[in-house]
Design a protein around this ligand. Structure first.
Ligand SMILES: *Cc1c(COP(=O)(O)O)cnc(C)c1O
Ligand code: SF4
Length: 346
């Protein structure tokens, strides 16, 4: 096992993660979209299984070269809602702060795949970070700042501390949230210094862990999350519903239970975005609803995420759950129970 990230087609070949005959095509994919697998993730891949759900998330595929007309480099409209570089302000009470465009792994379905990567927008310069913090300071409706990117936990503890100290000085910011894959894909990174940096604002801090398959919740990943939670950081999860990875109620049930066992409250199950070259991952909303309906009867309410779609064009998120109630012409309401049986109300 390599002790650093795999980022090139040659490295994937050397690790027997891709077949030599596919290398020319995959080189074209690599020219367009960044590749990175941490040692933890490379190690989790079952090389004998051509349909391995970990491989499907991180190894490049020829299908990525197919771009459909409805797919876009900015599928959820980050750009139209960006008042200053590094800030996305779509909802009145919260902003995204994108301090870095690098990730420890590059997910093949990423909705920001045109913006992230080693050749992407990099790290926000000191001046631009200052301007982003000034924007947050000037807008006193901003109650929550969500650090995303890229993956904010690739930043050094020193840089994170500087950002947290900047936010600490803004009284109307009450909540700081990080969206990250690091606790699962590089658990050793969650050490004393990083945790101290995350807590340096003194404000209520949440970490939203992005994980899509129960095998990502290894013993090391769970221990890394426990270190965060024991330090007083609250955790929620986010999962992308992906064909060939987790489009199955049993797999999602195992994943949601793994989160809850780790004291992570399942938050969002995202319908995949219309990112370029990702149609092989997408299922229909109806297929997603059938899976979510099957989850409802199967697992504890604590384990239920909200199924959401980011409306293309930057209109924000919408709940796309299957409907449990339908209205009759008479005005009565029919409520469907978890077995699928209808009941009249009142
Ligand atoms: C998803 C998103 C958020 C966070 O939304 P929540 O529903 O609070 O998780 C905030 N801002 C933007 C621009 C987003 O895309
Ligand atoms: S970690 Fe997040 S931002 Fe980075 S490639 Fe994966 S989905 Fe995209």
């Amino acid at each position: 096992m390599s002790d650093r990230a795999l980022t090139t087609i040659n490295e994937l070949l050397a690790e027997h993660l891709i077949a030599p005959e596919n290398a020319p095509t995959l080189t074209k994919v690599a020219d367009r979209y960044a590749i990175a697998l941490t040692p933890t993730i490379a190690d989790l891949i079952d090389r004998r299984d051509p349909l391995d759900p970990i491989a499907a998330q991180f190894l490049p595929k020829a299908a990525e070269l197919l771009q459909l007309p409805e797919e876009s480099g900015d599928p959820i409209g980050d750009h139209v809602h960006s008042p200053v570089e590094g800030i996305v302000h779509r909802y009145p009470d919260r902003v995204l702060l994108k301090a870095v465009h690098v990730c420890p792994v590059y997910c093949r379905f990423c909705f920001r795949r045109e913006m992230v990567g080693p050749d992407g927008d990099g790290t926000l310069s000191a001046d631009k970070l200052k301007a982003a913090l000034a924007y947050i300071r000037e807008h006193d409706d901003i109650w929550e700042v969500i650090l995303t990117g890229g993956d904010p936990l690739v930043l050094s503890p020193r840089r994170l501390t500087a950002i947290m100290e900047g936010l600490a000085a803004i009284p109307h910011v009450r909540i700081i949230r990080f969206h990250t894959r690091v606790p699962a894909v590089d658990p050793a990174r969650i050490d004393v210094a990083l945790i101290a940096a995350l807590k340096a604002s003194g404000k209520t801090t949440y970490v939203a862990l992005h994980a899509n398959h129960p095998r990502e919740m290894t013993a090391d990943a769970r221990a890394a999350c426990a270190r965060l939670i024991d330090a007083g950081i609250a955790m929620v999860s986010q999962t992308v519903l992906l064909r060939g990875v987790n489009d199955d109620a049993t797999i999602l049930a195992d994943l949601m239970r793994a989160f809850v066992e780790t004291r992570i409250k399942p938050y969002y199950l995202h319908h995949p975005d219309l990112a370029p070259g990702t149609s092989h991952f997408r299922l229909s909303i109806a297929e997603g609803q059938a899976i979510v309906a099957a989850l409802r009867g199967r697992i504890s309410g604590l384990c239920q995420p909200s199924y959401v779609l980011d409306i293309p064009g930057g209109h924000g998120k919408a709940l796309v759950h299957p409907n449990d109630i339908t209205a009759e012409k008479s005005g009565d309401i029919i409520v469907t129970d978890f077995r699928g049986m209808p009941h009249r109300y009142p």
